[in-house]
Write a protein that binds this ligand. Structure first.
Ligand SMILES: C[S@@+](CC[C@H](N)C(=O)[O-])C[C@H]1O[C@@H](n2cnc3c(N)ncnc32)[C@H](O)[C@@H]1O
Length: 331
């Protein structure tokens, strides 16, 4: 049996230019009102590990819900794509623990496919590769370390063929609706008739359940957010004192999102050595860190059709908390 796991870094930046990009984004984000830091910077090695712990939390129902969806529907998904060799492309794959259900089924049925996860976190990709090697010993995996479209363009250019694109875990919810619209239009443009997209959405629900999921008793979500400041300290010679900051993340029914931020516990000035600048924070001023938009089924269908997709099927979690929406590309 051939072992065919490869990790590729198309358009990879050298570590110094990646650090410069991080610095530019932090400098820009902390110079605007309200202040913000892009959520993609959560996922350094520490952040990716903390996110794995979040997925194990009893309050974080999203992972179990989507796992159950894939367990109940993996056969159906396999039937849809099993006409010719295809690519199982996964955007923001993380540790791929839910995808494993589908991978194991496709692999055991000897279905002809390549698994192509795309993730900006090299640490997450390395763990994923180990997981895949352990579960599906001769599966062809091409791991792409990069941003979503960097990866998709690489697949289009170097691999080709029909694809089932997974975008799980409600990652789409991290985009503001206007940005999600642009993202989905771009996604539509790189796909062809015959391709499918399986998109995970966290559904609108009792706000108490949502708030509990982002305010876990063990404080892991808080540590995950605070790691952004720790990362600035590590990589950009920042001088954030983490004791002067706290996590705040609550559902806003008017925006339809859990809005996460870090609050400055006092008036303070923080120097970031890499740019030689000092940033001022008022007492209880927020740095926005992440949106997690929640959707209704009607909103999901509108998003799909507006971007040029056809909704093929909806797979609901038994407890109705989450849906994986399968979209096709009209001829
Ligand atoms: C919330 S986790 C979800 C992981 C997985 N999809 C799941 O459902 O368990 C988000 C993942 O997307 C990756 N990610 C975030 N922004 C990205 C981007 N712009 N391009 C590629 N990957 C990204 C992160 O590194 C992380 O592994």
């Amino acid at each position: 049996m051939t072992q065919t796991y490869r990790i590729l870094k198309p358009g990879s930046q050298n570590p110094e230019s990646a650090r410069q990009q991080f610095l530019r984004d932090v400098e820009q984000g902390l110079s605007q009102t309200p202040k913000s830091i892009p959520s993609q910077y959560f996922y350094d090695e520490t952040g990716s590990k903390l996110f794995e712990q979040i997925m194990d939390l009893p309050e974080y129902y999203l992972t179990d819900a989507e796992y159950e969806i894939l367990e109940r529907n993996h056969r159906r998904l396999a039937e849809l794509v099993n006409h010719s060799a295809f690519n199982l492309v996964e955007l923001g794959a993380g540790d791929g623990r839910k995808t494993r259900v589908l991978l194991e089924h496709l692999h055991s049925e000897k279905i002809d496919f390549k698994y192509i996860p795309i993730d900006i976190s090299e640490g997450a990709m390395t763990s994923l590769q180990e997981e895949v090697a352990a579960c599906c010993s001769d599966l062809e995996m091409l791991g792409v370390v990069g941003e979503y479209f960097q990866g998709l363009n690489w697949v289009e250019k170097h691999v080709g063929g029909p694809s089932l694109v997974l975008f799980l875990g409600s990652n789409i919810g991290n985009f503001r609706p206007s940005k999600a619209k642009i993202f989905l239009r771009r996604l539509r443009q790189v796909l062809r008739p015959g391709d499918f997209v399986l998109m995970g959405f966290d559904l609108k629900k009792d706000t108490r359940r949502l708030n509990a999921a982002y305010n876990d008793k063990q404080g892991i979500t808080a540590r995950f957010n605070l790691n952004l400041l720790a990362r600035i300290n590590r990589e950009l010679a920042g001088e954030f004192d983490l004791d002067n900051w706290e996590f705040y993340g609550w559902y806003n029914p008017l925006s339809g999102a859990v809005e996460s931020s870090l609050l400055s516990r006092k008036r303070q000035c923080v120097r970031i050595g890499a740019c030689g600048k000092v940033f001022e924070f008022d007492a209880w001023e927020a740095i926005h860190t992440e949106y997690s938009f929640k959707y209704s089924e009607a909103e999901i269908e509108k998003m799909a059709t507006t971007a040029g997709f056809t909704v093929a099927e909806h797979y609901h979690a038994k407890n109705q908390t989450f849906v994986d929406s399968l979209w096709s590309i009209p001829l």
